[in-house]
Design a protein around this ligand. Structure first.
Ligand SMILES: NC(=O)C1=CN([C@@H]2O[C@H](COP(=O)(O)OP(=O)(O)OC[C@H]3O[C@@H](n4cnc5c(N)ncnc54)[C@H](OP(=O)(O)O)[C@@H]3O)[C@@H](O)[C@H]2O)C=CC1
Ligand SMILES: CC[C@](O)(C(C)=O)C(=O)O
Ligand SMILES: [Mg+2]
Ligand SMILES: [Mg+2]
Length: 493
């Protein structure tokens, strides 16, 4: 199998990369009708599998789970996830032949073997769905020509797909039909219905392509969403310990701080997050974020270039073939960091205190969101897609860190995202070493405003406010957030 993207002529690569059409609410007027009464069989009951299945069932659809024989015989976590929630569970032989829609929600690494096992059992004219296009785009998987191939890709961890649905909202979702597999022209209607079933239509849906989803998803997860949150958290904690801040306080500030500051990002964009700082702190955070952008831009560009050329996927697949040696080594190293091993102290940190005492994280997030967005757009990804993959999803990932630190984030995200996160983190920490020498506790651990009289240069503040508000991620963000009328606030620690 060859990398599908790399086999396309440049014209077609650019065509597929540039697909991102924001869909209006009335395009979902038929609800889940296209899937009503159809047999939906999900393969895999993990992070996405279980949570999407719960939403689809609550939306009135007929969902069951096909698991590999060993998972059923050994009553593994996936079997328990599905049976504890009263779903019918069966083997591939038992369930796949009757399925109208087979949703493959196993780890990307397993897709070639899972799809190869499932495909011969699928009935004529059935549909196969993915939530990430890696297998189709990077591995060039060929699907039987009578089968329709669709993608419904929530831009969120599975846990938040469920949590947002239960809150009455949803997560932004990319839907697509593989141009090589739409023999009956029904793929798009089915993808829309599936997306309504998960609640995605309430948060914003882009009609996308497998190519656009893969090249943006990989970039978001490696850089701002997971990589930089990991690097920023570890460096912030280590700095506080070096400067004598109480470890329990430092641990709590870092564990929950990213969730608190990004909640402001979710509702009001970078502008809203920066507005939570005092004027002097805002000016400082702006200047630091500019410095961080300068240092990290080449690394962000390298990640995007390697994703576009297929180098990233080739190297990761070499690690798969090598028994995940790097992934497992990096996972173990992350588990050994002082941040991970230091429990959050029993200390009260007020909501505003998270902003005032963690200005450094605000600067990291501003820099990372803007850089990821800028780099994706430069590479041909549409601003709407780049917004979901940078700004909107950052708070959803931050929620997982608040639950159980970086361990939880890396457990909940896909193996592909986890690998890319560590890859970025390994390269980013040394890059930031000199910068971190300049950081003191006024930026992390103590109130930035302490001992200052709060005065600022008016002209400088006006210029900085303008720069923040007029960044392209803010312009597209204001438009997309207008469609998110049902967005709910979450309770933070
Ligand atoms: N994690 C996330 O939040 C997101 C994931 N995605 C995409 O969704 C898809 C699923 O990812 P994710 O939910 O993280 O996956 P998980 O790692 O959570 O999937 C675990 C499930 O897959 C099954 N599985 C593992 N290996 C095999 C195999 N060889 N054969 C059959 N079943 C197997 C497991 O069953 P068993 O008990 O037998 O091991 C389990 O049910 C991926 O394409 C990913 O990129 C997209 C958006 C976000
Ligand atoms: C950010 C990681 C992700 O892409 C996701 C949750 O959207 C993944 O692959 O897990
Ligand atoms: Mg993603
Ligand atoms: Mg992903």
């Amino acid at each position: 199998m060859a990398n599908y993207f790399n086999t396309l002529p440049l014209r077609e690569q650019l065509n597929q990369l540039g697909v991102a059409e924001f869909m209006s609410n009335d395009e979902f007027a038929d609800g889940v009708d296209a899937l009503k009464g159809k047999k939906i069989v999900i393969v895999g009951a993990g992070a996405q599998g279980l949570n999407q299945g719960l939403n689809l069932r609550d939306s009135g659809l007929d969902v069951s789970y096909a698991l590999r024989k060993e998972a059923i015989a050994e009553k593994r976590a996936s079997w328990k996830n599905a049976t504890d929630n009263n779903f019918i569970v069966g083997t591939y032989d038992e369930l796949i032949p009757g399925a109208d829609l087979v949703i493959n929600l196993t780890p990307d690494k397993q897709h070639t073997s899972v799809v190869s096992a499932v495909m011969p059992l699928m009935k004529q004219g059935a549909t196969l769905s993915y939530s990430h296009g890696f297998n189709i785009v990077e591995e060039g998987m060929q699907i039987r020509k009578d089968i329709t191939v669709i993608m419904v890709a929530p831009k969120s961890p599975g846990s938040e797909v469920r949590a947002e649905y239960v809150r009455g909202f949803g997560v932004p979702t990319l839907i697509a039909v593989h141009p090589e597999n739409d023999p009956e022209g029904k793929g798009f209607d089915q993808a829309k219905a599936y997306c309504v079933g998960t609640g995605g239509h309430r948060a914003g849906v882009l009609r996308s392509s497998f190519v656009a989803e893969v090249k943006s998803d990989l970039m978001g997860e490696q850089t701002i969403l997971c990589g930089l949150l990991q690097t920023g958290s570890i460096l912030s904690f280590d700095k506080m310990i070096e400067k004598g801040i109480d470890p329990g306080y430092a641990s709590k500030l870092v564990q929950y701080g990213v969730e608190v500051v990004t909640e402001a990002l979710k509702h009001g964009g970078v502008t809203g997050m920066m507005d939570r700082l005092s004027n002097p702190a805002k000016i400082k955070a702006f200047k630091i974020s500019e410095e961080l952008k300068k240092i990290m831009r080449p690394l962000f560009q390298k990640h995007q270039d390697d994703i576009m050329s297929g180098t990233f996927s080739r190297v990761m697949m070499e690690d798969w073939a090598n028994g995940d040696a790097n992934l497992l080594k990096w996972r173990a190293e992350t588990g050994e960091t002082a941040f991970e091993k230091t429990p959050a102290g029993d200390v009260k940190i007020g909501e505003q205190e998270y902003f005032d005492n963690y200005t450094l994280m605000v600067a990291f997030i501003k820099a990372g969101v803007e850089l990821a967005f800028e780099t994706m757009v430069e590479a041909g990804i549409k601003p709407e897609s780049a917004y979901y993959e940078s700004l909107h999803e950052t708070p959803l990932i931050a929620n997982t860190i608040a639950r159980k630190k970086l361990f939880e984030m890396n457990r909940v995200i896909s193996d592909t995202a986890e690998y890319g996160c560590y890859l970025f983190d390994q390269a980013c920490k040394p890059l930031l070493a000199d910068f971190m020498k300049t950081v003191d506790t006024d930026l992390v651990g103590k109130n930035y405003n302490a001992g200052k009289d709060g005065s600022v240069d008016n002209q400088e503040l006006v210029e900085i406010n303008e720069a923040i508000r007029n960044h392209p991620v803010e312009i597209v963000g204001r438009k997309l957030r207008k469609a998110m009328t049902a967005m709910k606030a979450i309770k933070t620690a």
